[in-house]
Design a protein around this ligand. Structure first.
Ligand SMILES: [Zn+2]
Ligand SMILES: [Zn+2]
Length: 247
């Protein structure tokens, strides 16, 4: 929201990503995806792209950075092979009217002086310029870390059940903030559930029960990364700086 209490502030550009990158770089500016994993409008969101190349195609080499967003960190993002050559930023996403988000996340950058040219060199890791440190929230504190219902905003968790043989996700408890699905093997159940959420097959049991509406569950950042990751553990390239969880 803006200071007048209206929704706004997000410019929209109707261009294919590669063309937008060309226009921006032709003008001498730099561009990269921000809060890259969040479920709304981000490059790697559910049903969108799985790699940088898919999105930017021929222009991918001109994309200088990726901004991680509140719900992701280096350990999560480095599970994607397509990100090994790109510099990560951890920026405060302060485009609301409240000043409390300023400086919530930040980067330590090695440069000669605080200029645009030096910043570009740092993003490109040239002439010893570089991002030296990323500082951000622990991703688990991000709003969209786990699967959630788009309407009631309850998050989906998994727990262990005493009963055996339940694979239908029909044993659960609903609280103010959570839908807790219990099963004999919560890890396997979660995997199967993520698979079904990816295909748009799971409706929110709370909304079904309380307002009799079929609202689809959406993948959170952690589950979306599980789906598109190329390795189970992070593989950090040599240039990757440390990431500090600020909280
Ligand atoms: Zn934003
Ligand atoms: Zn719901």
């Amino acid at each position: 929201k803006n200071i007048l209490g209206e929704w706004g502030g997000r410019p929209r550009v109707n261009l294919p990503p590669a063309e937008l990158v060309d226009v921006i770089t032709d003008l001498g500016a730099v561009i990269g995806p921000a809060h890259a994993f969040t479920p709304f409008r981000a490059i790697f969101r559910q049903n969108k792209y799985a790699t940088l190349e898919q999105c930017y195609q021929d222009a991918v080499k001109k994309v200088k950075f990726l901004e991680l967003g509140l719900s992701a960190n280096t350990d999560l993002a480095d599970k994607l092979d397509s990100l090994k050559n790109i510099s990560f930023l951890s920026n405060s996403d302060a485009h609301s009217e409240s000043p409390r988000s300023l400086g919530r996340e930040f980067n330590k950058i090695k440069m000669e002086d605080p200029s645009f040219d030096e910043l570009v060199l740092a993003l490109e890791r040239k002439n010893q310029r570089k991002i030296e440190l990323n500082v951000g929230l622990n991703p688990k504190l991000g709003k969209y870390y786990n699967m959630f219902c788009n309407k009631c905003r309850r998050r989906v968790m998994f727990g262990k059940s005493e009963k055996t043989g339940n694979t239908l996700f029909n044993e659960y408890t609903i609280s103010e903030e959570f839908i807790k699905i219990v099963s004999e093997n919560p890890l396997n159940a979660r995997k199967e559930y993520i698979n079904n959420v990816s295909k748009g097959k799971i409706v929110c049991p709370a909304c079904k029960e309380k307002i009799n509406k079929n609202i689809k569950i959406k993948l959170g950042v952690s589950e979306r990364i599980d789906v598109i990751s190329t390795s189970d553990e992070p593989i950090h390239p040599n240039h990757r700086p440390p990431y500090i969880n600020a909280v």
